[in-house]
Ligand binder design. Structure first.
Ligand SMILES: [Cu+2]
Length: 264
């Protein structure tokens, strides 16, 4: 049974069978060299803490919508629903061995990786990847606030449930804005915005971690956290075809945690 009541709506439904690219118990064979994984969290509700078995180190090089300014050394990272990440793992150390990409939160193995027993080729990543110019030196005057509401039986944003016949916000094209997202609820919500690649300005007033410093379209907002993002929209969106912002836990957006906006 997919959804059986209020609890499933609040918590989001998580199944008992993990799949990668639609495959149960997936296996991939790789060469013993640098291997790049392009990962999308396509789950409806599950948030992952991705890591390799044994805690082997790797680099994240890209997030949702751009490269990171530089490769970020990690042993694990959180990937919320709809978020993307590109990571590079040096497989030259594992020629002839098997390792697993897994989820530390549920202690689950997700992907079996068989490293071929051929001559290892080692190489290094560039130190610098890109210079992000989009939001550099910009100090927006316009701000908007979005409060993520969740109480028994009610899921909404700014005390409103999604209504396809209501436009919640009107945004000006090519105008930089700060969006303040406040999550007073006890659950984490991945906040997703259509039609933009934004920059995370701060989490509770502090700068985001190094692997969140690229352009994004989804940001996980933890319970009782305030996240500020800087957005700009480069395309028009009339009221017949508005954009949406919403929580990307399927059961939450489905229950009304979503709003729509035009770009004029
Ligand atoms: Cu949510």
């Amino acid at each position: 049974m997919y959804k059986q009541g209020m609890h499933d709506t609040m918590m989001g439904v998580t199944g008992n069978t993990m799949m990668v690219n639609g495959v149960v118990d997936p296996v991939v064979e790789v060469d013993p060299k640098l291997v790049r994984f392009r990962i999308l969290n396509g789950s409806n509700a599950r948030i992952y803490d991705l890591m390799f078995d044994g805690g082997h180190a790797f680099h994240q090089i890209a997030g949702d919508s751009s490269f990171l300014p530089e490769p970020v050394g990690l042993k694990h990272f959180i990937l919320a629903t709809a978020e993307r990440a590109e990571i590079v793992m040096d497989m030259s150390r594992f020629a002839g061995k098997t390792l697993y990409l897994g989820d530390g939160m549920g202690n689950r193995r997700l992907l079996k990786i068989v490293v071929k027993n051929t001559v290892p080729q080692s190489s290094t990543l560039p130190q610098k990847l890109i210079t992000l110019k989009e939001y550099e030196g910009v100090k927006p005057k316009n701000t908007r606030e979005f409060t993520l509401n969740m109480s028994m039986g009610f899921l909404g944003i700014n005390e409103k449930q999604m209504d396809m016949h209501r436009i919640d916000e009107v945004v000006k094209k090519d105008t930089y804005e700060i969006w303040k997202i406040w999550n007073p609820s006890p659950r984490q919500h991945p906040f997703h915005v259509h039609g933009t690649a934004f920059k995370i300005v701060s989490r509770d007033g502090k700068p985001p971690k190094a692997n969140e410093q690229g352009l994004k379209d989804t940001v996980l907002v933890y319970p009782r956290q305030k996240v500020e993002i800087m957005v700009v929209f480069r395309h028009l969106a009339p009221k017949e075809r508005p954009y949406m912002y919403h929580c990307h836990i399927l059961e939450h957006e489905d229950a009304g945690m979503m709003g729509q906006f035009t770009v004029v």
